[in-house]
Design a protein around this ligand. Structure first.
Ligand code: MEV
Length: 321
C-alpha cells in the first residue's frame, strides 16, 4: 500500500485566457487530495472515494485496457478512468488496483480538484507499476487527460498540482515554477459547483460571437499577468491586489461571474481585502481575497454566505506521503 497526495491551487491571474495560449500565474495550496493505492492481482479496479460524491465501486477492464464505466454521469470517475488508461497505454502494461481517494478540497470545486485527482491517480499508478516517470511527464499526461475529459483545457492546473509552488504557464511555450511568495490569502467557497467544461465552452462561444472583443480582453489579461509577475517578485501586495481586481472585471465580462461570487468578492473588498477575484473556472466554486486581515476577511466571507478556507501557499507538488 502506498499513499500519495497532490495539492489544489489558486489562480492569481489568467484563468480562461490560458486555454487560448495567454499566460497565467497560479500557486499550489496546502489543501490536498490523497490516494491510498494497492496492487490487486486479479486485474480488478476498485475505487473507494471517501468524499467525491459517489460510492465505492468496481470498474472492469477488458483486453484492450478499456475501463468500462457503470455510470457515465460521474465526472470525477471519468477523470480517474482516463488517467489509469493513459498510463497503461503509455507504458503498454496493466494491473489491478484499489484506490482509496479523499480530498480536503471543497466539493464545489474551483481549486483544481479534478487536476488533483488526475495527477494523484497517475502518480499512485506509476508508483504501483514501479515506473520511473519524471514529474514533467506526469504533468503532460495529466494535461492530456484533462483535455480528453473537458474538450478544452490548459496545462496550468495539472502542471501546478504536479510541480507545486508558484507557476507561470503559457500553453506550449512556457511552464515554470518557483518557491511560493509570502502573500496573505483567504479563499471563499460558494459551495456551488463550478462546471469547468461548461464554462470553458461558454467562453469559447462568446469568443466565437465576438472574436475581436474577447481577443482584446485576453490581451489585457496577458498584460495583467506580466505586470502581476513583476509585482509578485517585488512583494508589492497593493499592486498584486489591484491587478487581481482588474482581472476580476474581465472575468465578469467573460460571463463566468454570478451573484454568489460577486457577493463574496465585494464583501471581502469592503472588509479588509486589498483585492479579490474568482479563482478557476467560475460559475460557482471559489474566489480568493488578498489581505493581511485574514480573520476579518474570513468573517466577511461567512456574512456573504460563503465558506472561508484559510490556506497557505505551498511548494509541495505531488508526492508520496
Ligand atoms: C480551470 O481551473 C481553469 C481554466 O482556465 C481551464 C483550464 O485552464 O484548463 C478555466
Amino acid at each position: 500500500m502506498i499513499e500519495v497526495s497532490a495539492p489544489g491551487k489558486i489562480y492569481l491571474y489568467g484563468e480562461h485566457a490560458v486555454v487560448y495560449g495567454y499566460p497565467a500565474i497560479a500557486c499550489a495550496i496546502d489543501k490536498r487530495t490523497t490516494i491510498k493505492a494497492k496492487e490487486l492481482k486479479n486485474n480488478e479496479i476498485i475505487l473507494e472515494p471517501k468524499d467525491l460524491g459517489f460510492r465505492s465501486l468496481k470498474i472492469k477492464q477488458n483486453q484492450n485496457k478499456e475501463i468500462e464505466l457503470p455510470n457515465k454521469e460521474i465526472k470525477k470517475l471519468d477523470y480517474i478512468k482516463k488517467s489509469i488508461k493513459k498510463i497503461f497505454t503509455e507504458y503498454n502494461t496493466k494491473t489491478g488496483l484499489k484506490l482509496e481517494i479523499k480530498s480536503d478540497l471543497p466539493v464545489g470545486g474551483g481549486l483544481g480538484s479534478s487536476a488533483t485527482v488526475v495527477i494523484a491517480t497517475l502518480y499512485a499508478t506509476k508508483e504501483i507499476l514501479g515506473l520511473n516517470t519524471p514529474k514533467e511527464k506526469i504533468a503532460k499526461m495529466g494535461y492530456e487527460v484533462e483535455k480528453e475529459v473537458q474538450g478544452e483545457a490548459s496545462p496550468c492546473d495539472t502542471f501546478t498540482t504536479t510541480m507545486g509552488g508558484l507557476t507561470k504557464v503559457r500553453k506550449d511555450k512556457e511552464l515554470k515554477n518557483k518557491k511560493p511568495p509570502q502573500i496573505p490569502l483567504v479563499i471563499g467557497s460558494t459551495g456551488k459547483k463550478s462546471p469547468t467544461k461548461k464554462l470553458v465552452q461558454e467562453v469559447k462561444e462568446l469568443k466565437g460571437e465576438n472574436p475581436g472583443i474577447i481577443k482584446n480582453l485576453f490581451k489585457t489579461i496577458e498584460e495583467i499577468t506580466k505586470r502581476g509577475e513583476k509585482a509578485i517578485d517585488k512583494g508589492d501586495l497593493e499592486k498584486i491586489a489591484e491587478l487581481m481586481n482588474i482581472n476580476q472585471g474581465i472575468l465578469d465580462a467573460l460571463g463566468i461571474n454570478n451573484q454568489k461570487l460577486s457577493k463574496l468578492i465585494y464583501y471581502t473588498r469592503k472588509n479588509g481585502a486589498l483585492g479579490s477575484k474568482i479563482t478557476g473556472a467560475g460559475g460557482g466554486g471559489c474566489m480568493v481575497a488578498l489581505g493581511e486581515k485574514k480573520e476579518k476577511i474570513a468573517e466577511a466571507i461567512k456574512l456573504a454566505n460563503g465558506e472561508p478556507i484559510k490556506t497557505n501557499l505551498t511548494n509541495e507538488g505531488v508526492k508520496i506521503n
